[in-house]
Design a protein around this ligand. Structure first.
Ligand SMILES: NC(=O)c1ccc[n+]([C@@H]2O[C@H](COP(=O)([O-])OP(=O)(O)OC[C@H]3O[C@@H](n4cnc5c(N)ncnc54)[C@H](OP(=O)(O)O)[C@@H]3O)[C@@H](O)[C@H]2O)c1
Length: 243
């Protein structure tokens, strides 16, 4: 059976992806910081599906542990899904470097640190798929969340370069820009429901993209048009908008 590693496996989107992959007969390695929560997710998956589920501690910002993290895996996965992320608080991050650093290091540095190592292993084996959840927030900086947005923009550019590098080794890299998703991350926001996807919709879309060897995907098609318009607004107008 193929094996998938899910980084940030306690995320709501990750849990929906885990179920989707379990249905597709993947064995799973779930990696996250909260081991008690991971064990509960592991138990639930094992009861529902006849697959093997392992759990392993992973902190995206413990960069010096990432090499050991890869070496300790009982089996190297053919599919890696990066789901961790930290929205943080834009206002606090403008005044407090620690909050800014947490946003930048979790969403960008943590992703680069672990994906560099995964990419090198996959390149040696000449097979594999990497899926990483970036964000439409990275498509253009806005005053309401440009710290998170700039980290995701960095991640999107990194994934584009990685895709280009790994193409000749037969490895596919998929960038996911989900738009709004109903998860813990957005539970306190009032969002237009037409733009909000469920974690299950994201998981299904990702599975289709893996199957179809896609490059970059938006989950709800409407986001493609919204971001097209946002990107073409001239800067002299854009800088005056309250977004
Ligand atoms: N929800 C949305 O509208 C939306 C939109 C666009 C993109 N995204 C992206 O989608 C991904 C999944 O988010 P979600 O919506 O499912 O939110 P979520 O349920 O809040 O999940 C975020 C996950 O990131 C993990 N995490 C944070 N810092 C970490 C670290 N240092 N090391 C390891 N794990 C860490 C959290 O683990 P702990 O429990 O240990 O904190 C949590 O499981 C994120 O990359 C997010 O940026 C979400």
């Amino acid at each position: 059976m193929p094996v998938a590693l899910i980084l940030g496996a306690t995320s709501d989107i990750a849990q929906a992806i885990a179920k989707q992959l379990a249905k597709e007969n993947f064995n799973l390695i779930l990696a996250a910081r909260n081991i008690d929560y991971l064990k509960r997710i592991q138990h639930d998956l094992q009861v529902r599906y006849s697959i093997q589920v392992d759990t392993v501690y992973f902190d995206a910002i413990s960069f010096d542990q990432h090499e050991h993290f890869i070496q300790q895996l009982s089996v190297f996965p053919e599919l890696v899904i990066l789901c961790f992320g930290y929205l943080g608080n834009q206002n606090a991050a403008e005044k407090n470097w620690e909050e800014a650093y947490k946003i930048l290091s979790t969403n960008y540095l943590g992703a680069v640190s672990i994906l560099n190592r995964i990419a090198n292993e996959m390149e040696k084996r000449k097979k594999g798929t990497i899926v990483a959840i970036s964000s439409v927030a990275g498509d253009r900086g806005r005053k309401s969340n440009y710290l998170y947005g700039s980290a995701k923009a960095g991640l999107t550019a990194y994934l584009s370069g990685l895709r280009n590098r790994l193409y000749s080794s037969g490895i596919n890299v998929i960038t996911v820009k989900p738009g709004y998703v109903a998860t813990k991350m957005t539970e306190n926001m009032s969002l237009p429901q037409i733009l909000v996807a469920s974690p299950e919709q994201v998981a299904k879309r990702i599975w289709k993209a893996i199957h179809g060897r896609k490059n970059t995907i938006y989950v709800k098609k409407l986001w493609l048009w919204i971001m097209f318009i946002i990107k073409i607004i001239p800067e002299p107008i854009f800088k005056r908008l309250n977004m």
